[in-house]
Design a protein around this ligand. Structure first.
Ligand SMILES: CCCCCCCCCCC/C=C/C(=O)SCCNC(=O)CCNC(=O)[C@H](O)C(C)(C)COP(=O)(O)OP(=O)(O)OC[C@H]1O[C@@H](n2cnc3c(N)ncnc32)[C@H](O)[C@@H]1OP(=O)(O)O
Length: 288
């Protein structure tokens, strides 16, 4: 099966979950969780995550984001910049309330499939993608950033995959996305320590590509990146990118339901619930 078809194909079970209208947000029409605008100078689409206060990633946000990615694919956009509308936070990662306390199993299954779908669409997009990391990007926030092709970050924020210290093991498709950006040894160090790096450290190890001081500079640096493809036929660029990324994506597509079941079992374990519970409490207590 060719890769474009594989991208559209998923198991019958997965399709049933993704296509079902269950877990529809009642306020979806009222509040947009993902905004899209077009930079009139460059024709590039700017996609802003807009789930206040910290862009924690919920099932509804994933669904909306996937819809936006489908639109951008069919419009054959020149490129996309992913950023945040929240002050100081790009994304705080998965919404912990989707994981704790003891999530509803059906909802969690759907939540995980939509997280996978988001990664498949972003990591496998045909058009060039830039993450403008205009705030902290821990855990799932970092996953979004490393799924893009190029990363530009404002100073003094933190980025990394901080799962290990809270007793959670990142799935292999997350690990492999990191290994597509960093050499294996650096990726292992970052994952096993769970350390969050500041902007300068992230630049020094190659986790991000540029440091900028403001949005104007970010747009200029993004344009430099997009213009490197101006003389490359769109289709050849897209197929080449997918050629590089297809093994990881194909592996997940063939294993989606199992990956969701594995993670659900892990999340439902009393020890895991306890660890996430005390982590969440410490997050809330910080402000007291
Ligand atoms: C518990 C870990 C589970 C790990 C599961 C691993 C799965 C592996 C696979 C994939 C990888 C993805 C994993 C994840 O994304 S798990 C989520 C991990 N996220 C974090 O550890 C970040 C936590 N948040 C922060 O560190 C800070 O909030 C942040 C630096 C991002 C911003 O700080 P700031 O001071 O600006 O804001 P507050 O901390 O006051 O936050 C405002 C309110 O938002 C609540 N909050 C923050 N983050 C989350 C979240 N991820 N989910 C739900 N709610 C969140 C926070 O508690 C505040 O609420 P209150 O106003 O009610 O106090």
């Amino acid at each position: 099966m060719n890769f474009s078809r594989l991208l559209k194909t998923t198991s019958a079970l997965t399709s049933r979950w993704l296509c079902s209208g269950r877990f529809q947000s009642t306020s979806a029409a009222a509040q947009k969780l993902v905004d899209v605008s077009v930079d009139s100078k460059t024709g590039v689409s700017i996609v802003s995550l807009n789930r206040k206060p910290v862009n924690s990633l919920s099932l509804e946000l994933f669904k909306e984001f996937c819809g936006v990615m489908d639109d951008l694919e069919s419009e054959k956009v020149r490129g996309m910049i992913l950023k945040s509308s929240c002050d100081n936070v790009f994304s705080s990662g998965l919404d912990i309330t989707e994981l704790y306390p003891h999530p509803d199993e059906d909802r969690f299954h759907a939540f995980w499939l939509w997280f996978q779908e988001t990664w498949i669409k972003l990591y496998g997009s045909s058009f060039p993608t830039v993450a403008f990391i205009n705030g902290h990007a821990p855990a799932g926030g970092c996953v979004l950033a490393i799924s893009c092709e190029y990363r530009i970050m404002l100073p003094y924020y933190k980025i990394g995959l901080n799962e290990a210290p809270v007793g959670i093991v990142a799935p292999d498709w997350v690990v492999n996305s990191l290994k597509s950006v960093l050499a294996s040894r650096k990726a292992e160090q970052l994952l096993t320590s769970g350390r969050l790096l500041d902007t300068q450290e992230a630049f020094d190890i190659g986790l991000i590509d540029k440091i900028v001081n403001n949005e104007e500079e970010a747009l200029a640096r993004s344009e430099e990146f997009f213009s490197t493809f101006d003389n490359v036929p769109k289709l050849a660029r897209a197929l080449t990118k997918q050629q590089v990324r297809k093994n990881e994506i194909s592996k997940l597509i063939k294993n989606r339901s199992n990956d969701a079941k594995l993670f659900l079992n892990h999340i439902l374990r009393p020890e895991t619930q306890k660890i996430i519970g005390s982590y969440f409490k410490s997050l809330k207590d910080r402000k007291k």
